[in-house]
Write a protein that binds this ligand. Structure first.
Ligand SMILES: [Mn+2]
Length: 327
């Protein structure tokens, strides 16, 4: 894991239909994540939030209106493409500067930009995708039409020729053997077919429970980072965890990972690879039934970040304590 950190808010809700994910970065800052992260790294730089309306305000400012009126979602695709291109350029510069980037979503469509940055930096980047969903739909296979369920389809060039494919033609390709899924349990028909055809490795939530997260991580590391110094991009959708831990998210699915499993994934990858980029997405502070749900969601998200190991500045090594602040 790199020793200097850049924090970035990808403050958008354009990839799905529930307003609120765009508020997560500032909400999580209020909950104290910078204090947690500043203890872990030599140096912390917060770039603040990038909003879809920062550029082209006249064109984009009304995008969030009428979210639930089921308007034609394809109208948002040009804005999502432009937005992710900007994310990509910003993140890539930080990667080139040898900094670890934590990108706070936002919905999972922000991984189009963040993973593009990692791939332009290193075309052989290894990717661990923690999620209840495979995010591998295309406009043709998606039941919802929401782009946050499609980001990986762009990296594998699965889209049929058409406007959306053209809009995202700048997205680089990912090698299918460089991706491992952890936590899947709500996978659509078309996605199952793609996973099978591409031969992508996955450990669904039931397999994690059966084998235990240690075994799953051992196999993940064996495939992706046998040397231990490979560059890794971790894309962590909080709905990979059970809704018991993260109730305030847009598409919760029962039977998910335990919070400790999530912590182990982060801690292990940070120790056993060169973690360069980490998306934390789909927190939605406007969802949840009550105050308890919001408190639980904030506490779990902070607990995930607490599981990042701490750099020992004297010895230039990562500390030996497994988790700093958990109990
Ligand atoms: Mn996702």
């Amino acid at each position: 894991m790199r020793k200097d950190l850049t924090l970035l808010g990808a403050a958008t809700d354009l990839g799905q239909s529930k307003a609120g994910t765009e508020l997560a970065p500032s909400w999580l800052r209020l909950k104290g994540i910078k204090e947690v992260l500043s203890r872990k790294f030599f140096n912390l730089k917060d770039l603040g939030d990038i909003n879809p309306t920062d550029s082209n305000p006249s064109k984009d400012k009304d995008l969030n209106k009428d979210k639930d009126l089921n308007k034609n979602k394809e109208n948002d695709h040009p804005a999502i493409s432009r937005y992710n291109k900007r994310l990509k350029e910003t993140i890539k510069q930080e990667l080139v500067d040898q900094r670890l980037v934590i990108t706070l979503g936002g919905d999972h469509s922000i991984a189009i930009g963040s993973l593009s940055a990692s791939l332009e930096y290193n075309p052989d980047i290894k990717v661990v995708w923690v999620d209840a969903h495979a995010d591998l739909n295309t406009p043709e296979t998606s039941p919802s039409g929401n782009l946050h369920g499609m980001p990986l389809a762009f990296f594998f060039d699965l889209l049929k020729p058409g406007q959306t494919r053209d809009l995202f033609s700048w997205v680089p390709r990912l090698k299918r053997e460089n991706l491992v899924y952890i936590g899947l349990r709500d996978v659509d028909e078309g996605e199952r077919r793609f996973i099978k055809e591409l031969g992508i490795t996955f450990f669904d939530a039931d397999t994690v429970k059966e084998l235990g997260i240690s075994k799953v991580l051992e196999e993940t590391i064996n495939q992706l980072c046998p040397r231990g110094d490979e560059d890794v991009h971790l894309s962590f959708d909080v709905d990979g965890l059970d809704p018991e831990f993260v109730p305030a998210t847009g598409t919760p699915v029962n039977g998910g990972l335990h919070l400790m499993d999530g912590q182990r994934i982060i801690n292990t990858l940070a120790r056993k690879s060169n973690l360069i980029s980490f998306d934390l997405v789909e927190v939605n502070p406007l969802l949840g039934q009550n105050e308890f749900d919001l408190d639980m969601t904030a506490a779990s998200t902070i607990a995930l970040l607490e599981s990042i190991p701490t750099w020992d500045s004297e010895n230039m090594t990562l500390d030996k304590i497994l988790f700093d602040q958990i109990n």
